[in-house]
Design a protein around this ligand. Structure first.
Ligand code: ATP
Ligand code: MG
Length: 180
């Protein structure tokens, strides 16, 4: 299920609205240290539902909002949009294109949407868990993550495998049912 585009606006170092189109094949992003390469992968994890500010190298979630620079004032909200080509209908949606969006305002208000329709974080999590592509999965491997996986405890490693195998979603549903 290919990515079509990523649009970043007000997230971390991206004060200007920036759109990256992913054409077929492999996309490489190159740039000097500190130019924002890691911020791009973090924007992808964020729009896919990442809830840990620490794993986005911040203390609190509002730290992802552009904090200002010598020449620009801080922004009031971060917005990231990720567009998927769903022509093979791997995502459970009748739409050919699926667009997910996340917004965060400085006062802490958050909005999620799927195809411009407001939704809950739960709905975003469900589509990716279903594909074995949740925020913890192997689909995005950050610097240092390989060592972390090797050094993790068996029970943690098991959760990675379960997520990749698509078991995690059912475990989560079972837990929710038991809690009711
Ligand atoms: P490296 O090659 O060293 O891994 P990189 O290209 O991955 O570098 P990033 O870590 O993505 O670079 O970007 C770091 C930059 O993002 C820093 O200059 C930092 O000040 C900036 N940055 C992070 N959060 C914010 C924010 N909230 N507002 C403004 N700038 C930010
Ligand atoms: Mg980096």
């Amino acid at each position: 299920m290919p990515l079509k585009s990523l649009t970043i606006n007000g997230f971390k170092s991206f004060a200007d609205k920036t759109k990256i189109d992913f054409t077929t094949g492999i996309t490489g992003i190159v740039g000097p240290n500190g130019s924002g390469k890691s911020n791009i992968t973090e924007a992808i994890r964020w729009v896919m539902g990442e809830q840990s500010a620490r794993s986005l190298r911040g203390d609190k979630m509002v730290d992802v909002i552009f904090a200002g620079s010598d020449t620009r004032s801080p922004m009031n909200r971060a917005e990231v949009t990720l567009e998927f080509d769903n022509s093979n209908h791997e995502l459970k949606s009748p739409q050919e294109n699926v667009t997910i969006r996340r917004k965060l305002f400085r006062n802490g208000d958050t909005e999620f949407s799927i195809n411009n329709k407001a939704c809950r974080l739960k709905d975003i999590n469900a589509i990716f868990l279903d594909l074995g592509m949740g925020k913890q999965s192997f689909s995005i491997i950050s610097q240092g993550r390989v060592e972390e996986i090797f050094n993790s405890k068996p029970v943690e490693r098991r959760s990675i495998i379960e997520e990749s195998a698509g078991v995690a979603l059912f475990k989560q549903k079972k837990q929710q049912a038991e809690n009711k």
